[in-house]
Write a protein that binds this ligand. Sequence first.
Ligand SMILES: NC(=O)c1ccc[n+]([C@@H]2O[C@H](COP(=O)([O-])OP(=O)(O)OC[C@H]3O[C@@H](n4cnc5c(N)ncnc54)[C@H](O)[C@@H]3O)[C@@H](O)[C@H]2O)c1
Length: 432
Amino acid sequence: MTVAFIGHGYVGLVTASVFADLGNTVWVVGRTKEKIENLKKGTLPFYEPGLEELVKRNTKAGRLIFTLDYSEAVASSDIIFISVGTPPKENGAADLSSVFAAAEGIGKSLVGYKVVVTKSTVPPGTNRKVSEILVKHKPEGTSFAIASVPEFLREGTAIADTLHPDRVIIGTTSDRAQELLLEFHTPIDGEKVLCNVETAELIKYASNALLSTKISFANAISFLSEKVGADVEKVLEGVGLDHRIGRSFLYPGVGYGGSCFPKDVKALIAIASEHNYDFSLLKAVDDINKQAQALFTQKIIRHFHGALKNRQIAVLGLSFKPDTDDMREAPSISIIQALLTAGARIVAYDPVAIENARAVLPKVVAYAKDAYTAATGADAVVVVTEWNEFRQLDLVKLAKNLKSRVLFDGRNIYEPARVKALGFMYYGVGRM
Ligand SMILES: NC(=O)c1ccc[n+]([C@@H]2O[C@H](COP(=O)([O-])OP(=O)(O)OC[C@H]3O[C@@H](n4cnc5c(N)ncnc54)[C@H](O)[C@@H]3O)[C@@H](O)[C@H]2O)c1
């Protein structure tokens, strides 16, 4: 099949590359000349494990074609996927301007019959608006059907997630579009859920909101664990062994970040509000997430009795989660900002996100080439992102480099007894 993706971010580029690798011809439409030229050469705009090789292989084979021009991409394709960003507006609602701009571009280039699919996360009702834009701009004699196929891939494991999702949601009222989309997704395992457009749109928000709720619940239990002298890890292990609950996403830490959870929780609150429903549960989820970052930072400041002037803090992990260079809404940003405000000097290290971090963190932050260098002469180490290389750190070597052996483990990746035995003062989340 020949298909097109509008947008080459984490969703567009990964999905396009995977489907090209499965033998389809895939057009990728961008809007920045430099990025499209780079992609043609195999230079990616972000880091995702395994993606560069996939892009290069399929570009060379002629199955992956990058362009700035909608017309040829749309005309050649049976299905056109809109996979552009939907960032939050000031009030938390999703900014749909890129989706509508893409719909206009597709509409103007429509030839014959096409299925236009929104992959971006969009509020219920958006696809109807996409349909109106297509009707407004399409040439006479052309026709289309709309569908919503929301994306669930996770950065860091995006290729495997695209090939082996838990489910594929296909939301459309057109039998022809449904048939074509089922055929296109044949090589993809995972249950196919067939529904109308609005249902598909809401499934995506409901999923992200519930995952965020689990994280905030785990964090709220961690706050309480510290007060009552419980070990949150054991509490959640005990809770999660109940098969009705399960353990996944019940992990405490410094809160969720990234381009999806914070924005989708806020967007669902805004969607509910537009329909006169006060989604107070999600407001609490959002509040608890902010508390998780604030309480962790307070712990560090309290350790130094509020006097962080001329204290050097080594921050390990900057990206919002491991295996990505994505800094969008990363907890490291607010934590570092608060430590700087308290007077600390920050030396940070991340395996891949330093370049992106420079663009969003204050200029005064210094960067090290590895964790041991970041820790050299530091008054404390703060682990913010649970990269595997931090789990495997040589803590004896780290301790030798430090000025004082103080470890703030924002992800509970170390065994407290082991760390304390090495002479560290250890602060985890929800446990002593
Ligand atoms: N990142 C994730 O893990 C993830 C997972 C599932 C769903 N989503 C959703 O998928 C959507 C895309 O997310 P992302 O992380 O890939 O975003 P992104 O910011 O990484 O990429 C967005 C892309 O859209 C392009 N774009 C914007 N307007 C365009 C236009 N008019 N024409 C052509 N290209 C245009 C941008 O240049 C960029 O390449 C969002 O709605 C997001 O919520 C993201």
